[in-house]
Ligand binder design. Structure first.
Ligand SMILES: Nc1ncnc2c1ncn2[C@@H]1O[C@H](COP(=O)(O)OP(=O)(O)OP(=O)(O)O)[C@@H](O)[C@H]1O
Length: 322
């Protein structure tokens, strides 16, 4: 087994009274993308910045490709960084921006330019090499920043909300491109996002963070399908996390509900959506929120809806929503 691209061991960091990260241990294998996911202020950027060397951990260790880099400055860590505030150099051409990493690592000009051309080809922008950053669209600049990270040939890429400044259309387009790109490049990728859809689209693994701590880590699909606690389920967008009292909650997966069969329950609220309707039903288990397609919405009968819940699909978890 090759060495992991990244391992963090028990990383902690406090800013005065705020414990921004606490005992964060995670691993990113080579060729794997891990999304660090959590609400605003939970400490995602703090972890990324400690890995990058932009922030000193109070305790803990960072290893990149098996090498302890905890005491090294950012430029000695050999990472590819795409940060929101990690702007391109405005006075350099796109090509020179992308060639900057290899140049800093001692590559001759011609070699660095060749590497930069390859990286620009990877992000589908070879024709823009001579432009200045000010002559690029937001999406193009984002791709150039990515090419600059790829050109470093680093075993580990760090991306902080890489699609956050883009509109929805570009975001969707780049999402698909990025996934292919990560697969082709074979580096480990640590990605920070607060967008669940983005995490699922880009990453094979996710680590969910809450108030400085990792609360669930694993294969992305499995974490989304089997949240460990009520808080994780609610954060991941599960519509039906029903408090049970006694510190427990019942998780009702959307596909455990069969419509048009069983008893009729009264509908307490209806809201028309783009896809159909979102309704709340007063079920014996508790109020169930259901996202109905336009076709399913036709099953609504006055103020009632017949449905059956497959009880075998329900899970009881700790209710840690507090
Ligand atoms: N330089 C700093 N000085 C003081 N407090 C800080 C500093 N940087 C971050 N914090 C605090 O540490 C906590 C974690 O912040 P961090 O930026 O890591 O969160 P985040 O999950 O990346 O948030 P977002 O998704 O909003 O970017 C927050 O409470 C934040 O206010």
């Amino acid at each position: 087994m090759p060495l992991p691209a990244l391992t963090t061991h028990h990383l902690s960091k406090a800013y005065g009274p705020v414990q921004a990260a606490q005992d964060v241990s995670l691993t990113v294998q080579a060729g794997q993308t891990l999304a660090l996911l959590g609400p605003s202020g939970c400490g995602k950027s703090t972890v990324l910045r400690m890995v990058a060397g932009l922030e000193r951990p109070d305790t803990g260790r960072v290893e990149v490709g098996g090498r302890d880099v905890t005491a090294l400055p950012p430029e000695a860590r050999h990472l590819g960084l795409v940060f929101q505030d990690y702007a391109l150099f405005p006075h350099l051409s796109v090509l020179d921006n992308v060639a900057y990493g290899p140049r800093m690592r001692g590559a001759a000009r011609a070699g660095a330019h060749r590497r930069a051309q390859e990286a620009l080809a990877l992000v589908n922008l070879p024709e823009l090499a001579a432009r200045k950053p000010g002559q690029l669209s937001g999406g193009q600049a984002q791709r150039v920043a990515l090419a600059r990270a790829l050109a470093t040939n680093s075993p580990l890429l760090l991306l902080d909300e890489p699609l956050s400044n883009l509109d929805e259309r570009l975001r969707a387009e780049l999402r698909g491109d990025l996934r292919d790109l990560f697969t082709r490049v074979g580096a480990g990728v640590l990605l920070v996002t607060h967008d669940q859809r983005e995490a699922l689209a880009l990453a094979g693994q996710v680590a969910v963070m809450r108030a400085g701590q990792l609360v669930q880590t694993g294969v992305a699909r499995e974490v989304f399908d089997r949240p460990a606690t009520a808080w994780v389920a609610a954060f991941l967008g599960w519509p039906n996390v029903l408090g049970r009292g006694g510190g427990q909650a019942l998780l009702v997966p959307e596909d455990a509900v069969r419509l048009g069969e069983g008893d009729a329950f009264s509908v307490t609220s209806r809201q028309v959506t783009e896809a159909g309707e979102t309704v709340t039903v007063a079920h014996v288990l508790g109020p169930l929120t259901l996202n109905l397609s336009a076709r399913e919405a036709r099953l609504l009968d006055g103020a009632g809806l017949r449905l059956e819940v497959d009880e075998g699909r329900l899970r009881t978890v700790a209710d840690d929503r507090g």
